[in-house]
Design a protein around this ligand. Structure first.
Ligand code: DQA
Length: 146
Protein backbone atom coordinates (compact mmCIF):
# COMPACT_ATOMS: atom_id res chain seq x y z
CA UNK A 1 0.00 0.00 0.00
CA UNK A 2 1.11 3.53 -0.73
CA UNK A 3 0.29 6.32 1.70
CA UNK A 4 0.99 10.02 1.22
CA UNK A 5 1.42 12.34 4.21
CA UNK A 6 1.01 16.05 3.45
CA UNK A 7 1.69 18.80 5.97
CA UNK A 8 0.77 22.39 5.20
CA UNK A 9 2.11 25.82 6.10
CA UNK A 10 4.15 26.47 9.23
CA UNK A 11 4.22 22.80 10.19
CA UNK A 12 7.92 22.79 9.30
CA UNK A 13 8.24 24.79 12.55
CA UNK A 14 6.82 22.01 14.74
CA UNK A 15 8.88 21.46 17.86
CA UNK A 16 9.54 25.17 18.28
CA UNK A 17 6.22 26.68 17.21
CA UNK A 18 3.58 27.31 19.93
CA UNK A 19 4.54 24.13 21.78
CA UNK A 20 1.61 24.46 24.19
CA UNK A 21 -0.72 23.95 21.19
CA UNK A 22 1.26 21.73 18.87
CA UNK A 23 3.63 19.78 21.12
CA UNK A 24 7.40 19.52 21.24
CA UNK A 25 8.01 16.94 18.52
CA UNK A 26 9.58 18.20 15.31
CA UNK A 27 8.00 17.34 11.97
CA UNK A 28 11.04 15.21 11.22
CA UNK A 29 10.45 13.18 14.42
CA UNK A 30 6.77 12.76 13.60
CA UNK A 31 7.56 11.63 10.07
CA UNK A 32 10.22 9.24 11.33
CA UNK A 33 7.76 7.58 13.74
CA UNK A 34 5.19 7.29 10.96
CA UNK A 35 7.73 5.71 8.62
CA UNK A 36 8.41 3.04 11.25
CA UNK A 37 4.68 2.42 11.70
CA UNK A 38 4.13 2.21 7.93
CA UNK A 39 7.03 -0.20 7.65
CA UNK A 40 5.59 -2.43 10.37
CA UNK A 41 2.45 -2.71 8.26
CA UNK A 42 4.33 -3.30 5.00
CA UNK A 43 3.26 0.06 3.60
CA UNK A 44 5.19 2.73 1.73
CA UNK A 45 4.93 6.21 3.17
CA UNK A 46 5.73 9.30 1.12
CA UNK A 47 6.04 12.55 3.07
CA UNK A 48 5.64 16.10 1.86
CA UNK A 49 5.52 19.51 3.55
CA UNK A 50 4.99 22.85 1.89
CA UNK A 51 4.12 26.39 2.83
CA UNK A 52 2.74 26.98 -0.68
CA UNK A 53 -0.84 26.16 -1.61
CA UNK A 54 -0.03 25.33 -5.24
CA UNK A 55 2.65 22.83 -4.20
CA UNK A 56 0.16 21.04 -1.97
CA UNK A 57 -2.30 20.93 -4.87
CA UNK A 58 0.43 19.56 -7.17
CA UNK A 59 1.27 16.84 -4.64
CA UNK A 60 -2.41 15.82 -4.49
CA UNK A 61 -2.51 15.64 -8.31
CA UNK A 62 0.72 13.63 -8.31
CA UNK A 63 -0.85 11.08 -5.97
CA UNK A 64 -2.72 9.54 -8.90
CA UNK A 65 0.42 8.61 -10.82
CA UNK A 66 2.15 7.55 -7.58
CA UNK A 67 -0.74 5.11 -7.03
CA UNK A 68 -1.45 6.46 -3.55
CA UNK A 69 -4.17 4.48 -1.77
CA UNK A 70 -4.99 7.22 0.72
CA UNK A 71 -3.67 10.57 1.89
CA UNK A 72 -3.18 11.87 5.43
CA UNK A 73 -3.21 15.66 5.42
CA UNK A 74 -2.81 18.39 7.97
CA UNK A 75 -3.68 21.37 5.77
CA UNK A 76 -2.88 23.77 8.67
CA UNK A 77 -4.24 27.28 8.00
CA UNK A 78 -5.34 26.29 4.46
CA UNK A 79 -8.00 24.17 6.18
CA UNK A 80 -9.97 27.33 6.77
CA UNK A 81 -9.35 29.07 3.44
CA UNK A 82 -8.63 26.71 0.58
CA UNK A 83 -11.39 25.82 -1.86
CA UNK A 84 -8.53 24.92 -4.24
CA UNK A 85 -7.27 22.08 -2.00
CA UNK A 86 -10.85 20.83 -1.64
CA UNK A 87 -11.24 20.87 -5.42
CA UNK A 88 -7.96 18.99 -5.85
CA UNK A 89 -9.22 16.12 -3.67
CA UNK A 90 -12.56 16.09 -5.48
CA UNK A 91 -10.65 16.02 -8.76
CA UNK A 92 -8.39 13.06 -7.99
CA UNK A 93 -10.95 11.09 -5.98
CA UNK A 94 -8.32 9.73 -3.58
CA UNK A 95 -9.61 9.26 -0.02
CA UNK A 96 -8.00 11.37 2.65
CA UNK A 97 -7.88 11.74 6.43
CA UNK A 98 -7.79 15.29 7.81
CA UNK A 99 -5.60 15.62 10.89
CA UNK A 100 -5.10 18.55 13.26
CA UNK A 101 -2.73 18.47 16.20
CA UNK A 102 -4.87 20.87 18.21
CA UNK A 103 -8.63 20.74 18.70
CA UNK A 104 -9.76 23.33 16.16
CA UNK A 105 -13.35 23.26 17.46
CA UNK A 106 -12.35 24.64 20.86
CA UNK A 107 -10.06 27.37 19.50
CA UNK A 108 -10.76 30.69 17.77
CA UNK A 109 -14.02 30.85 15.83
CA UNK A 110 -12.22 31.31 12.51
CA UNK A 111 -10.68 27.84 12.95
CA UNK A 112 -14.00 26.04 13.42
CA UNK A 113 -14.83 25.82 9.72
CA UNK A 114 -12.93 23.47 7.42
CA UNK A 115 -13.29 23.38 3.65
CA UNK A 116 -12.26 19.71 3.75
CA UNK A 117 -14.09 18.03 6.62
CA UNK A 118 -17.30 17.13 4.79
CA UNK A 119 -15.39 15.29 2.05
CA UNK A 120 -12.73 13.74 4.33
CA UNK A 121 -12.85 10.05 5.18
CA UNK A 122 -12.49 11.12 8.77
CA UNK A 123 -11.33 14.15 10.75
CA UNK A 124 -8.99 13.59 13.69
CA UNK A 125 -8.31 16.61 15.88
CA UNK A 126 -6.74 17.37 19.21
CA UNK A 127 -4.69 14.20 19.66
CA UNK A 128 -1.33 15.82 18.91
CA UNK A 129 1.08 13.74 16.84
CA UNK A 130 -0.87 10.58 17.77
CA UNK A 131 -3.60 11.81 15.42
CA UNK A 132 -1.41 11.04 12.39
CA UNK A 133 -0.83 7.49 13.68
CA UNK A 134 -4.52 7.00 14.24
CA UNK A 135 -5.29 8.20 10.72
CA UNK A 136 -2.69 5.86 9.28
CA UNK A 137 -3.99 2.81 11.16
CA UNK A 138 -7.59 3.58 10.20
CA UNK A 139 -6.62 4.01 6.55
CA UNK A 140 -4.61 0.78 6.49
CA UNK A 141 -7.51 -1.13 8.00
CA UNK A 142 -10.01 0.33 5.59
CA UNK A 143 -8.08 0.24 2.32
CA UNK A 144 -5.85 -2.80 2.81
CA UNK A 145 -8.39 -5.19 1.37
CA UNK A 146 -9.52 -2.96 -1.51
C1 DQA B 1 -3.60 23.06 12.74
C2 DQA B 1 -4.76 24.00 13.14
C3 DQA B 1 -4.86 25.17 12.18
O1 DQA B 1 -5.95 26.02 12.55
C4 DQA B 1 -3.59 25.98 12.20
O2 DQA B 1 -3.65 27.03 11.26
C5 DQA B 1 -2.36 25.16 12.01
C6 DQA B 1 -2.30 23.83 12.61
C7 DQA B 1 -3.39 21.93 13.78
O3 DQA B 1 -2.66 20.99 13.45
O4 DQA B 1 -3.88 21.99 14.89
O5 DQA B 1 -1.39 25.61 11.43
O6 DQA B 1 -3.93 22.45 11.51
Amino acid sequence: MNILLINGPNLNLLGTREKELYGSKSLEDIQQDLLVLANEHQCNLLTFQSNAEHEIIDSIHGAVEAKIDFVIINPAAYTHTSIAIRDAFLGVKIPFYEVHLSDIQTREKYRHFSYLSDIAEEVITGLGAKGYEEAMLKGILKYRSK
